[in-house]
Write a protein of this length. Structure first.
Length: 567
């Protein structure tokens, strides 16, 4: 077998190992990722992408990208393009194996006609309400449609007229003739084709007035592409008998094996495409690429890396049992990646002016600073110290609240990162009593790490007033204040659980001049603040915008622990 033994095992890999050992499918492994082009992909889709492409990679097989484009009323080429971009961004390549279900419309239609001729499909004129009535319940069998025993000739005629566009939407369905008393509701004469008269398909235009259903299209598409293992989420487990039934009627085709795994549920967000669409349509977020969204395009804009998302998918694993993953697992993956790979920089989000009175006016001292404390290969950058600098307002208190406070206080000392020790001698307040400026002095003998350096408790970040760049900073947090917004029964509308503090916009922030020309998407650790990236949408050369990707530590972990303890 050709499995990469460094990869964690799971039940799907066990099945594939057994298939290879038995010679099933001639030892081939061929998977596919089959998204519907009716929206943007999210982190749940990333799990499926990593699984399908990862399986193919680790077993020296192939993985297709196939669009399940059978519902033209909800699909758009915009989604086709975005899906391809997302899959590529995650690091996967389908090479020359890009397919559309619409590629097979002629074949699918021919198979449908063949089923009618075999007496295994019929055209039904029941309306939606009648369909529900005839279908039965989980405890009661359904009833046969009055059209179930129509002749093959009548069914062929009606199906041909459906294709010609003679009927309005909903007038007829083509249904499989299976068993209206079957215990599995999906086997009670399911629909195979529906009318979509006048719909314009993004690939086939107005060529078709009828479109195949997913449960008919999917197994045939898999078989025609030579797929060996059709990996689906658990909601399709009850559809597997129909998947097998369709292929059993077409013995000339290969018979892939459908295998189901649990879908991804993630705390503090929603995965329902319908609910995500509600958030976008209702302007609760700025769009599908809003950095608070779980969409791949939103995560990318927020500063997440492909490596971190692939690591997250590996870390949560593949199981049959459903569970909800803590948001901290995803956040830890990006923290670990950026901690190792993001260059450091200094940014002051809430500036407080500091005048170093014994620093000569007009002078500027260039100081070296490491771009990464552990990775010397990332080199150094120059920072400039001047008479006037900015520190963060949170790094100063008039009186220390306790002995653990390691920042600057009136009459106290602190070291400026990569520079000197300063002492606060005076505070300037406005008429409201707010501190607006500090007057300090610096000790010119405290640069570097010489033994004679004065010992101080704290080190704070800073930027030069004259050698820094004003930017906007967006502090993104979790989209919902409730960890399980879809499961909360105390509210009627899940949107009532949106976190009002999920976005805080700070203006007038200052970053060191080394970031003045930072390219879109560039990621940095702002020392003592968190990990940030240059917003690729709203940033311009004249007006930089930085998005917070994630905090330095999981501040929610303590909150969640206290909540569990009832505090």
């Amino acid at each position: 077998m050709s499995e990469d033994v460094s990869k964690p095992s799971n039940f799907i890999r066990t099945i594939i190992d057994q298939d290879i050992d038995s010679g099933k499918h001639d030892g081939r492994v061929h998977t596919r990722f089959p998204p519907e082009p009716n929206g943007y992909l999210h982190i749940g889709h990333a799990k499926s992408i990593c699984l399908n492409f990862g399986i193919a990679r680790d077993y020296s097989g192939q993985c297709n990208l196939r669009f399940d484009d059978t519902n033209p009323s909800k699909e758009d080429v915009e989604y086709v393009d975005s899906i391809q971009e997302d899959v590529r961004w995650l690091g996967f390549d389908w090479e020359d194996r890009l397919f559309y279900a619409s590629n097979y419309f002629d074949k699918l239609h021919g198979f449908a006609v063949e089923l009618i001729k075999q007496g295994k499909a019929y055209v039904c004129g029941l309306n939606a309400e009648q369909m529900r009535e005839y279908r039965g319940t989980l405890t009661e069998p359904g009833k046969n449609s009055p059209a179930r025993d129509h002749s093959v000739e009548d069914n062929l005629d009606l199906f041909a007229r459906m294709r010609k566009g003679e009927f309005e939407d909903g007038a007829y369905l083509l249904r499989a003739k299976i068993d209206m008393a079957h215990p599995n509701m999906n086997m009670r004469d399911p629909a195979l084709y529906r009318i979509r008269k006048g719909a314009v398909h993004h690939q086939t235009g107005v060529q078709w007035s009828i479109y195949p259903m997913y449960d008919f299209t999917h197994p045939i598409s898999d078989a025609m592409e030579g797929i060996t293992h059709s990996l689906c989420t658990l909601e399709f487990e009850d559809h597997r008998p129909l998947y097998d039934w369709v292929l059993d009627q077409l013995p000339e085709l290969s018979h892939p094996q459908q295998i189901e795994f649990s879908r991804l549920s993630l705390q503090y967000t929603v995965m329902s495409k319908r609910k995500l669409t509600e958030l976008v349509a209702g302007n609760f977020v700025s769009g599908w690429d809003d950095p608070r969204m779980p969409s791949i395009t939103g995560l990318r804009r927020r500063g997440y890396t492909p490596t971190s998302i692939r690591e997250f998918c590996d870390r949560i694993g593949i199981t049959k049992s459903g569970n909800t993953i803590e948001m901290g697992v995803l956040e830890n993956c990006i923290r670990e990646d950026l901690n190792a790979n993001a260059p450091r920089a200094m940014a002051v989000l809430n500036p407080l002016k500091v005048v170093i009175e014994n620093f000569p006016e007009g002078d500027a001292e260039t100081l070296p600073a490491a771009n990464h404390p552990q990775n010397e290969s990332m080199g150094t950058r120059d920072i400039v110290l001047t008479r006037e600098v900015y520190i963060d307002k949170n790094d100063f208190l008039e009186v220390a609240p306790n002995k653990k406070f390691k920042r600057l206080v009136s009459g106290g000392e602190v070291r400026l990162r990569n520079a000197y020790v300063i002492r606060c001698n005076e505070m300037i307040k406005d008429d409201a009593g707010e501190i607006i400026e500090l007057r300090c002095t610096y000790d010119p003998d405290t640069l570097g790490k010489n033994p004679e350096d004065r010992k101080v408790k704290g080190v704070i970040h800073w930027v030069s007033a004259n050698h820094s760049h004003e930017v906007e900073v967006r502090l993104y947090d979790r989209l919902f204040s409730d960890p399980m917004p879809e499961a909360n029964k105390e509210v009627e509308d899940f949107k009532d659980l949106l976190n009002p503090q999920s976005l805080e916009i700070l203006t007038g922030c200052r970053v060191e001049n080394s970031l003045a020309n930072a390219p879109a998407g560039a990621r940095f650790q702002f020392e003592r603040e968190g990990y940030f990236c240059v917003d690729p949408v709203d940033s311009t050369a004249e007006s930089l915008v930085f998005n917070r990707t994630v905090t330095l530590r999981d501040s929610w972990a303590k909150i969640e622990a206290q909540a569990k303890q009832g505090k």
